[in-house]
Design a protein around this ligand. Structure first.
Ligand code: SAJ
Length: 416
């Protein structure tokens, strides 16, 4: 069996490497020549624990190779991005391109699996895009088992947590949503090659919504914590102590407030539900707005800290600790920490010191004077205002005496 994985990013590459490690021949495709070259050297272009070893072994053993154009295979797995457009409408253009690239290669008996997180109905749309190019092939109809169908199509959304991808790919239960029951059964046979836990069969529409609901559930719960942080600020109560106490109740489990919600999943996926059911998804939409409003609140706190010092802001320096969207990774996508740091850099302070242990250069999008990427201790010693934006491990264990006499805004509650 040959498996073609389209898109060698945070999900496609680990999936390709795990399959290859189980003795499946995998052809990974990516539109970025640089990514293809790096992988073919047995290296990786992202930061993810243990993935480097897995990819190195997969390439050296000859079971994984990367190419720029898809080639013939028995199974095609699509793991491309599904961002949203300016108006929060889903952008399915990457899936459409993948479908158009796969369609000419399809042969009777092939299977196509959509792994990308997608709005309800996308798997069927992907199938229609392929059918338009290949009217000679008999694609299945949603919910109708057909022994004469030439192609199997399913949606098997990924659910792995960045930072734990290699372990979670194998250990997490997996939802397998077929266009028909037959498609789901066939997809299960593939996933059982590397999944050690349950493969849960359903239809592709339910699978699509399940993935969106999982991330919306988390978003709504983080929004609850973020709203509490605003309430506590107004009532002068320590939100971290409050949550710790409330969580002692056997049926209460409040998440942690922060500077907002980032990443390419939780900050994006709930909009796909809002977009498809705008009148019904009221709570989900409000949660998104609460979480997206949190960076403004942090910026307001920084202004108040500057006022408390009583100097002109051009005479003050600010240290921004952390830029990534969550701890101990280099991923800056949709990062509220990055957005806040960029706004601070433009605000007219004398200097902005950035501390991000997981990157080596100042990212794009920083305008303003005197912006420096430096180490933690130096940044704190050189700054009047310290803004903790990401709970990186190294920040948790720093010498807190360094903070004496500084204005400190700890958006993650790690020093309280
Ligand atoms: N965050 C908080 N407070 C918390 C927990 C998280 O502010 O108590 C923030 C984080 O700082 C970060 C954002 O939320 O900015 C998202 O981080 P995360 O760790 O909650 O989730 P992701 O985006 O890394 O991964 C999620 C996971 N989904 C769920 O836990 C339901 C993962 O399992 C999914 O596979 C992934 O999205 C995805 O790819 O969809």
């Amino acid at each position: 069996m040959i498996v073609s994985v389209i898109g060698l990013g945070y999900i496609g590459l680990p999936t390709a490497a795990i399959l290859a490690s189980r003795g499946v021949k995998v052809i990974g495709t990516d539109i970025n020549q640089n990514v293809v070259d790096i992988i073919n050297q047995g290296k990786i272009h992202i930061v993810e624990p243990d993935l480097d070893i897995l990819v190195c072994q997969a390439v050296e053993s000859g079971y994984l190779k990367a190419v720029i154009e898809p080639e013939k295979a028995d199974v095609f797995m699509v793991a491309v991005p599904t961002p949203f457009k300016d108006n929060y409408e889903p952008d399915l253009s990457y899936i459409k391109s993948a479908a158009k690239a796969i369609a000419p290669l399809l042969e009777k008996g092939n299977m196509v699996i959509l792994e990308s997180t997608s709005p309800v109905g996308t798997t069927q749309k992907m199938m229609r895009w392929m059918q338009e190019i290949r009217p000679d092939l008999n694609f299945p109809e949603f919910g109708v088992n057909d022994l004469n169908a030439d192609i199997s199509v399913a949606h098997c959304p990924e659910r792995v947590m960045p930072g734990h991808v290699v372990r979670e790919l194998v250990e997490n239960d997996r939802i397998i949503g077929g266009v028909t029951d037959q498609c789901a059964e066939k997809a299960k046979d593939l996933y059982k090659i590397f999944i050690e836990s349950d493969c849960l069969l359903t239809d592709c529409r339910t699978a699509e919504l399940s993935k969106l609901v999982e991330n919306s559930f988390r978003d709504v719960n983080i929004a609850f914590a973020n709203e509490l942080s605003l309430i506590c600020d107004k009532l002068d109560i320590d939100v971290w102590e409050l949550i710790k106490l409330a969580n002692k109740h056997p049926r209460v489990n409040i998440l942690q407030p922060g500077p907002g919600v980032g990443g390419h999943c939780i900050a994006v996926d709930p909009w796909f539900i809002v977009n498809s059911a705008p009148n019904e998804a009221k709570l989900i939409k409000t949660a998104r707005l609460v979480n997206d409003g949190k960076p403004e609140f942090v910026l307001e706190k920084i202004n108040r800290a500057a006022e408390a010092i009583g100097k002109n802001i051009s005479e003050l320096s600010v240290a921004c600790l952390g830029l990534s969207f969550k701890p101990d990774i280099d991923d800056l996508r949709e990062s509220p920490a990055l957005g806040i740091a960029q706004k601070i850099a433009q605000a007219g302070f004398g200097a902005t010191f950035l501390v991000e242990p997981n990157i080596n250069n100042i990212p794009n999008g920083f305008d303003g004077n005197n912006i420096n990427l430096i180490d933690l201790e130096m940044a704190i010693m050189s700054s009047d205002i310290i803004v903790l934006l990401v709970d990186h491990t190294s920040f948790k264990f720093m010498d807190l005496d360094l903070l004496a006499g500084k204005q400190v805004i700890d958006t993650r509650g790690i020093w309280s």
